[in-house]
Design a binder for this molecule. Structure first.
Ligand SMILES: [Fe+2]
Length: 140
């Protein structure tokens, strides 16, 4: 399977639940990318977008719950970044639901690259800062 995003240990946060959720999201993004490249049917693409939605929602909720509970100072910026990511795959979904045409694949592949870039950046920046904060809190 062609991967748009390769897992690398540089993404690890050493917080088990976050790392396992990140890996699931990588899998979803790669499966969606692969399906788009193979011009799979609308139903299959939408199923994969929904799968991505499920794991992403679960994961963002986990991080946001920690941030609220532990009074994380960068909560609002971090939450805004998550919302941005959701908008990207919602656009893919929207295009498939309402404007189903071969041309939507081009847009979807572009958006999928945008998601991969976002994840690559977010995991190495915002999530690393959050993980450092959480590791200190959990040590106590
Ligand atoms: Fe995050």
């Amino acid at each position: 399977m062609k991967e748009v995003l390769k897992w690398d240990d540089k993404y690890l946060t050493d917080i088990e639940i976050i790392d396992s959720q990140h890996k699931k999201i990588f899998k979803c993004v790669n499966r969606l990318f692969d399906a788009l490249e193979k011009l799979e049917e609308k139903e299959k693409i939408l199923k994969l977008v929904n799968c991505l939605d499920f794991y992403t929602t679960e994961h963002f909720d986990t991080e946001e719950k920690y941030m609220i509970e532990l009074d994380y100072p960068e909560y609002s910026e971090h939450k805004a970044a998550h919302t941005h990511f959701k908008h990207i795959y919602e656009r893919i979904k929207h295009n498939y639901v309402y404007k189903y045409h071969k041309s939507v694949y081009v847009l979807a592949i572009h958006l999928n690259h945008t998601m991969a870039d976002w994840l690559d950046y977010h995991l190495q920046n915002e999530d690393q800062r959050l993980a450092e904060f959480l590791r200190k809190k959990f040590k106590r």
